[in-house]
Design a binder for this molecule. Structure first.
Ligand SMILES: Cc1cc2nc3c(=O)[nH]c(=O)nc-3n(C[C@H](O)[C@H](O)[C@H](O)COP(=O)(O)OP(=O)(O)OC[C@H]3O[C@@H](n4cnc5c(N)ncnc54)[C@H](O)[C@@H]3O)c2cc1C
Length: 737
């Protein structure tokens, strides 16, 4: 806790303690007020404004400090000022007092609570951001809820102060009127407890839930409205039709069939989608051949004097296709048919919220009615409209697999994961690669030193990495293709043979009915979905690359589960898609894997963190394997072992990080990782050493000094000041508040 906060906390605690120590509660009882009522009223007649000001200040202080006494103050307000002015004064005083208590709680405790339980509070925070005003209004209307508790709890949430104030004032108004009105008859009141009848409280409850119910009704009406112009079939041919048989579509269809729904999966191109045919699988197969060649080049390091490679690019590309063919059966129409999915080869178009028209390759058409639709149409490489690009020609991640010859001079446009993986693979196969990125570094989502590590390796391997370089135009000069790019305010020209365009992938959103149905897109041009992955038509869902926000096979499959389950069982229970622990890897060498926050994001979001690192250059197995390069970098909550995020750069980073993904998903901290036996000698020991770096940084130094004295004394020494200790092992932990 900061000094400022401590002072405020002590001041508030002192005031509350004084209130009870001097027994000021006696001035806030019904009997005391009745005894003093005549005198107070006389004073009010003589000094109306002063009375109102004193009353107002005392009311604000009582509610602001969460002291008992608000009820009697409100009754007194009615007795002194009458119904109208009593209501006005009490309404403002109570709202201001409540807001002060809310602000005090926020100032003193919110940061600490959000830092400590931030991940668990995520859903509450989102709920408050979305519907907090409604909930607060409901709570305020019901005088049975202790208001001071509401003030203190709401202060811990992200609700805006302005919202808190006006919703509180509005919400408390009905209760205020009832109590002030009762106060005008204070002489007749027997006790505070009997002031409001159960019937009255019931009415307040109904009034409180009304806005929530009304909101749900509006949502339901809105949903009905989008369906209004469509004719709903009386019966359906299918429970689910899935558009696209990529990672997302396959999983949706599989889950549907597994729970015995009648599911049709429509694919217009190749079963398995991008991942199998143009993405993950071919790229990893190519990377493997390239890695083999790169290792041959390092033969001397491994004690082998020479190792030559005689290869043809075509054979390597043939192997890529063989790998695809080997994996293909996993995603084949036959396999899915055997799992109970009706697989149709053809192009799907949504013709109404409940019908799909399928145009088969042979030109025949079929229309299916369906209760629900899952859009899993994926994404396609984006080609920026740079002047001349169409004239010089280019390949993308879709078409690069058709290259017959190894490009001599290859420009890879784009420094993201796809561009970086392919740039290194082609360089290792023998292309002279220039990688062009307009941002200051490649792999820009990762921390700067991670990008630098990869860029350094790329340059060592002969890749010409050009950052802050923006492609402006393409031209052909004397039969040679040239890229014109801007760097540091000057134009540079880079001649090349093949251009590989890898600047990102755009969701496929046209040509299959989204426009006709008016299904909106996000700013990122992906299909807009809610937390249940529903489009504006609650029975039409979208997942995978077409919906984003992530573009990975595993996130597509993750989302697909929610789509299938919500589409088939949403009437009983709908699940909100969970993006809390999303990992990914870039398969360059060094490989880069991440889960959760990195330092850059933690700083951007103002999240305090500690960082513990362990260098793979120290790891026995990495040294033995000749891969002693890279780092494990763990971000934790300051003073705690709770993991906020991990980045690993190095050999098999994508495998090593699984331990941390599991830890984050299941709330396991660094202490538990450290207490787990890791097999020696393995690369995964690096995870434990990173946890060890954290532990050493949090060792209780004072206690250790005493232990050292104790042991010295046990040896017969004098137990005086300990000798300086030495750093036991590498690794580093730093605090960033
Ligand atoms: C080079 C490269 C490497 C990658 N490497 C990795 C990696 O290592 N790890 C990783 O996790 N991700 C990787 N990805 C990303 C991954 O491939 C995608 O995130 C994943 O394929 C998305 O799956 P999806 O089902 O959303 O879409 P897709 O796989 O694109 O599938 C969509 C399918 O829908 C079909 N379709 C579209 N419209 C219609 C229609 N109207 N009717 C019928 N069918 C239709 C398409 O033909 C396509 O087959 C890589 C991508 C690329 C390009």
């Amino acid at each position: 806790m900061t000094k400022g906060r401590l002072v405020v906390l002590i001041a508030i605690a002192a005031l509350i303690a004084a209130f009870f120590a001097f027994d000021l509660t006696r001035y806030f009882g019904l009997d005391y007020f009745r005894q003093q009522q005549a005198a107070i009223e006389a004073y009010f007649q003589a000094h109306p404004l002063r009375t109102a000001a004193i009353y107002f200040a005392v009311y604000v202080a009582v509610t602001g400090l969460s002291l008992p006494g608000a009820t009697i103050m409100t009754l007194a307000g009615g007795a002194i000022f009458g119904l109208l002015w009593g209501t006005v004064v009490v309404s403002f005083a109570s709202a201001i007092g409540a807001t002060l208590a809310f602000l005090a709680s926020r100032y003193l405790f919110r940061d600490a609570i959000q830092t400590k339980f931030g991940d668990k509070l995520g859903a509450i925070n989102r709920g408050v951001a979305k519907e907090g005003a409604f909930y607060l209004f409901a709570l305020r209307l019901v005088p049975a809820f202790p208001f001071f508790v509401i003030n203190l709890l709401m202060g811990l949430t992200p609700m805006k102060t302005r919202t808190y104030y006006w919703v509180s004032q509005l919400g408390m108004l009905a209760g205020t009127i009832v109590y002030v009105n009762a106060g005008t008859q204070i002489a007749r009141i027997e006790s505070l407890a009997g002031l409001v009848s159960p019937g009255l409280i019931g009415s307040f409850v109904l009034l409180g839930v009304f806005p929530l119910v009304a909101k749900r009704v509006v949502e339901w009406l809105k949903a009905r409205q989008v369906y209004a112009k469509w004719q709903r079939p009386a019966k359906f041919d299918r429970n689910l039709v899935v558009i696209g048989a990529g990672s997302a579509g396959l999983v949706s269809a599989y889950i549907g069939a597994a729970v015995k729904a009648k599911v049709t999966l429509v694919e217009k191109h190749r079963m398995g989608g991008d991942c199998l045919n143009f993405g993950c699988v071919p790229s990893k197969a190519l990377i493997r051949s390239a890695k083999f060649l790169s290792q041959l080049g390092r033969s001397r390091e491994f004690g082998v004097r020479s190792a030559a490679a005689d290869f043809r690019f075509k054979d390597v590309m043939d192997r890529v296709q063989r790998v695809i063919k080997t994996v293909e059966p996993h995603d084949s129409a036959e396999r899915y048919a055997s799992l109970g999915v009706d697989v149709v080869q053809g192009e799907a178009k949504i013709t109404s919220p409940w019908s799909i028209e399928i145009r088969r390759a042979d030109g025949t058409k079929q229309t299916l009615t369906t209760r629900a639709i899952v859009i899993a149409a994926g994404a396609a490489p984006f080609v920026p409209p740079i002047p001349g690009i169409e004239d010089v020609g280019y390949v993308t991640s879709d078409t690069v697999w058709e290259l017959g010859d190894l490009p001599q001079r290859l420009i890879v446009l784009g420094g993201g994961p796809v561009g970086s993986e392919l740039a290194q693979a082609f360089a290792r196969l023998g292309s002279k690669v220039t990688q062009v990125e307009m941002l200051p570094r490649i792999l820009v989502r990762e921390d700067p030193e991670i990008s630098a590590l990869v860029a350094h390796r790329f340059r060592q391997e002969g890749i010409d990495v050009r950052v802050e370089t923006k492609a402006k135009a393409f031209k052909v000069v004397n039969g040679e293709k040239v890229m014109v790019a801007e760097h540091a305010g000057r134009d540079v020209e880079i001649p090349f043979d093949v251009l590989l365009c890898a600047v990102g992938r755009a969701a496929r959103t046209t040509g299959y009915g989204l426009e006709e149905l008016g299904i909106p897109l996000t700013k990122q041009r992906t299909v807009e979905v809610n937390e249940h992955l529903q489009t504006i038509y609650p029975n039409i869902y979208a997942c995978g690359d077409v919906a984003g926000p992530y573009q990975f096979t595993h996130t597509a499959a993750h989302m697909a589960w929610y789509c299938a389950v919500n589409a088939l069982f949403g009437r009983f229970r709908k699940y909100k898609v969970d993006y809390s622990v999303i990992p990914w890897a870039t398969f360059t060498e060094p490989e880069v894997a991440r889960v959760g926050l990195n330092e850059t994001e933690a700083k951007e979001r103002g999240i305090p963190y500690e960082v513990s690192t362990y260098g793979l250059d120290d790891l026995d197995r990495a040294i033995a394997d000749g891969v002693a390069e890279g780092v494990v970098k763990v971000l934790t909550v300051p003073g705690k072992d709770r993991i906020l995020g991990v980045t690993i750069a190095g050999e098999h980073a994508g495998d090593l990080i699984i331990e941390y993904i599991t830890a984050m998903k299941h709330g396991i901290g660094l202490n538990e990782i450290l207490a787990t036996i890791h097999i020696y000698p393995t690369l995964v020991e690096a995870n434990k050493y990173a946890a060890g770096a954290w532990k050493r940084a949090h060792a209780p130094q004072g206690a250790l000094r005493w232990l050292e004295r104790y042991h010295r004394w046990m040896r017969g020494g004098d137990g005086s000041a300990p000798a300086p200790t030495r750093e036991p092992a590498p690794g580093r932990a730093e605090k960033h508040a």
